[in-house]
Write a protein that binds this ligand. Sequence first.
Ligand code: HEM
Length: 295
Amino acid sequence: MESPQSGIFALGTASHAYLEFDGRDRPGLVTAIASLREPRTTMGGVNLVAGFRPELWREVAPDDAPRSLDGFNADIVGVDGFVMPATQHDAVLWLSGSSYDVVFETGRAVMAELASVGSMAEDMAGWPYMHDRDLTGFIDGTENPTLIEAPGIALVGEGKPGEGGTILLLQKWEHDAVAWESLSVEEQELVMGRRKSDSEELSDDVKPADSHVASNDQDQFGKIFRRNTPYGTISNHGTTFVGFASAQRPLAKMLESMAGLATGTRDALTKYTRPLTGAYYFIPSNDALQRIAGY
Ligand code: HEM
């Protein structure tokens, strides 16, 4: 089995940056990013996860690309005028570390190193809130697989094209904090489908069909591994959705379901949160990156 980029599974880091790039020299951007990895990960104590627009990776490394994987190339238009915008870029770097200073330093160095081949298009910072909650105040990640199970769920399996890689869906969701906080805790729990205090799932006779967890039923759509983080300022904030899967389908089906395209009813959480960005990236194995870098 090809070895995955380990930062995908490096839980417990307190500071994150998600940097999306567009290439002037697109194949050159892939080579430059593939070449970045080794010194940076060990020296700065920063995890670095690198990914690429699926079509660009396929062009540069056809033998290491999963068979069916597309970028987020068109908006998802849901019911009631709800839109998930497509804001695909050429590459992503996810930096994570123990504090923002090391993430900041590494991010600045990386940006300088890539300046001749591309430029930064999105720059998002993420941080944990109350240990494991998102900015709705609910525990986020309860139904995540354990670290023992996660590689089996997130990674493209042995013998398949793209082995040891994973598919990332990256989306920035702005929260309408005023509207959300105008709900009682009981009303918020009906939106989420879980109890706020301890994340206990509501029983089937109470949990609404349009609740967030019912809209993302992993028994129906397939399992994914989430590494979401809160982002933003006091007045403007939300959730960076960071979801990994071994195939695009579960992620794409969940988005369609949230937008109301599966049942005609939107995920209730989309009335209080709004996606501002949306992109898919292929995160190749370490071995595939090294082949591109010529190590
Ligand atoms: C504003 C954005 C979002 C917020 C604040 C949010 C928050 C949450 C919370 C609090 C839970 C319940 C606890 C847990 O199991 O983690 C949850 C569950 C889940 N979310 Fe989200 N989420 C967001 C967006 C998304 C998106 C975009 C997807 C899929 C593409 C997604 C997929 C899931 C899945 C699969 C579960 C577990 C469902 C289950 O099997 O019980 N979420 N989310």
